[in-house]
Write a protein that binds this ligand. Structure first.
Ligand code: AVJ
Length: 325
């Protein structure tokens, strides 16, 4: 039966820092204020992000899709039968290109999508069950740190850990270092790591991608406030804030802020937290770093992750690195 091919697992916090809300209290109590991007992805936020991926200005998803269309067969051939663990799987739309390649080659695959949005994991897993009759799935609902600290035992000799979509760009230098250390420790020698990265490019292209004309990115950004209200019994008023996204050429990153339109105070009752904003004060809601492939490949090498293939598009706007531990 179809249901026998799908299991779901809800991971719980393993350390106090990861427990719900502590990172919110910390982020909103410091100057300048910031919040972890994982709080974007409640059900509505996940749907808004799916809309972003369809926007004419948002070249990232389209470009990575093109690259995957051309590289999926090579990736499947190289890894052979494996456990495909995907961090931040969302709708798993791009992943289907990989699943198709394994299916074409008759290579068995066990797919483990990982996402903070339970709805997203459940819905996409159900759709995949219908479409891929041979596929077995184990959905994990939780954050990357939890999953990497305790990868489920693998079915096949090899693992392919996928972190595509340039989600790595959300991490600061220190977070990135921690993350790659964890990746390297989680993988066994011979396992693969597939990393999707947004690359440096003209600033007008970058800024347009995060300031789309339909305002979807603005809605996605401000939805963070709705999510906090819902999750922590808050009274933040999203209409009193605006979306700001700008490129920082020194740090090679898009910085996304929620800017307070006036002086205001809000409460998050469940956290027993009062937050005050000055007029014009900015809360950093997301970093989206832009990379350079040779530099990244060299950095990965220092974590014991050796690049075996680099895939890119004709404009070099996006890159996929296939590494082996
Ligand atoms: C999912 C982190 C890759 O940085 O482009 C899109 C998120 N934020 N528009 C990105 C995002 C605003 C996205 N990542």
């Amino acid at each position: 039966a179809e249901q026998d091919r799908l299991t779901l697992e809800y991971l719980t916090a393993v350390t106090p820092e990861q427990a719900d809300g502590l990172d919110v209290i910390q982020g909103l109590s410091q100057t300048p204020k910031s919040l972890p991007p994982k709080y974007f992805y409640d059900e509505r936020g996940s749907r808004l992000f799916e809309q972003i991926t369809q926007l004419p200005e948002y070249y990232l998803t389209r470009t990575e899709t093109q690259i995957l269309q051309q590289s999926a067969d090579a990736i499947a051939t190289l890894t052979g039968p494996c456990d495909l663990i995907e961090l931040g799987s969302g709708s798993s739309t791009k992943t289907r290109l990989l699943l198709d390649a394994y299916q074409r080659q008759g290579t068995p695959l066990h797919y483990l999508p990982v996402d903070v949005s339970g709805t997203m994991v459940e819905e996409s897993a159900q759709a995949l069950l219908q479409h891929y009759p041979q596929l077995t799935l184990h959905g994990l609902i939780g954050i990357y740190e939890q999953v990497l600290a305790q990868l489920p035992p693998s079915r096949f000799p090899r693992r392919l850990l996928a972190f595509i979509g340039s989600t790595l760009g959300n991490l600061s230098d220190a977070e990135c270092d921690q993350f790659l250390t964890q990746v390297s420790q989680a993988l066994a020698p011979g396992d693969y790591f597939l990393l999707g990265l947004d690359l440096r490019k003209p600033v007008d292209v970058l800024e347009a991608a995060y300031n789309d004309s339909q305002g979807v990115t603005a809605a996605f950004n401000l939805n963070l406030l709705h999510h906090l209200n819902w999750r922590f019994q808050g009274n933040l008023d999203p209409s009193q804030f605006r979306h700001v996204a700008q490129y920082n050429p020194v740090a090679d990153q898009i910085e996304i802020y929620i800017e307070s339109l006036q002086a205001q105070t809000a409460r998050l009752k469940a956290l027993d937290l009062t937050v005050t904003f000055a007029a014009g004060e900015r809360l950093l809601s997301e970093l989206s770093r832009k990379f350079d492939l040779p530099t990244m490949a060299a950095s990965l090498q220092s974590y014991g992750l050796h690049t075996v293939h680099t895939f890119t598009d004709p404009h070099h706007w996006f890159g996929l690195l296939l590494c082996q531990r």
